[in-house]
Design a protein around this ligand. Structure first.
Ligand code: PGA
Length: 245
């Protein structure tokens, strides 16, 4: 794992955007794995500026999102469909038919998992996967205890995850209890992975990740099984690592 420590959130967002853009310039048909949450917002703002100011085109790029809440309609304000549309897709020249996110309101969640994994198999491998990290070490919605050999599946969200995400809903009660997520096995099929972490709320998770203790209770630790991962982290999120040096 390559570790890049930068001053602050703006710097990690910019660095991640430059890496994404470099990959698109090298391969205009890039298959890009995308994440939601607060962390990649700065990256997406930088990608939108790159599109507007420097003409980086997404015309032939395909995107595959990590996850979606179960039980939310696509147009629900907190669905990841809405998030991606508002924070990135509607501001760049990507074709919506080239963007993929699990359906959060399928007639059968199990069948939706199979369908989504088949999509990934047919258009993948993901060339570059963007990840955030949960305070509990989750990647995508692969929560602690997850089986690393799973492909796309239904998960029950941990209370800590629902509490972290409650800020976006009217109350904790409204945060969905289940989600569809691509699995650790699916994530590890990506050719290259960038994991972003910012702020002191992520400092414990970053320290734990860098301990290299690969285990199910800390799903991000499985990234040590991949040989092309870059952690881009700001000083606040790196602070506990520095203190043990
Ligand atoms: P966050 O979430 O970016 O909102 O902190 C990260 C994650 O849960 O993967």
């Amino acid at each position: 794992m390559q570790v890049i420590v930068l001053d602050n959130y703006d710097a990690i967002s910019e660095q991640a955007a430059r890496l994404v853009e470099k990959n698109i310039q090298e391969n205009d048909q890039l298959v890009l794995g995308l994440a939601t949450g607060a962390t990649p917002l700065g990256l997406y703002k930088n990608l939108i500026s790159g599109y507007n100011a420097r003409g980086i085109s997404y015309k032939n790029v395909k995107t595959i999102n990590l996850d979606e809440y179960l039980g939310l309609e696509k147009n629900h304000p907190e669905s990841y469909h809405t998030f991606m549309s508002e924070k990135l897709f509607q501001h760049i020249d990507i074709a919506m038919k080239n963007t993929f996110i699990p359906d959060g309101n399928p007639s059968s969640a199990e069948e939706e998992c199979i369908r989504y994994e088949e999509i990934i198999d047919s258009i993948g491998p993901v060339n570059l996967q963007i990840l955030g990290i949960g305070t509990n070490g989750h990647i995508g919605f692969n929560e602690p205890g997850t089986d690393p050999n799973m492909s796309t599946h239904v998960v029950e969200l941990k209370t800590s995850t629902r509490e972290d995400n409650a800020q976006f809903f009217q109350s904790l009660d409204e945060v969905p209890r289940h989600a569809i997520t691509i699995g650790i096995q699916t994530i590890l099929k990506s050719e290259q992975i960038i994991i972003l972490a910012s702020g002191k709320s992520k400092a414990k998770a970053v320290k734990r990740l860098l301990e290299q203790n690969v285990n199910r209770n800390f799903p991000a630790s499985f990234l040590w099984k991949h040989d092309h991962v870059t952690l881009i982290v700001d000083r606040e999120a790196y602070q506990f690592v520095q203190s043990i040096k």
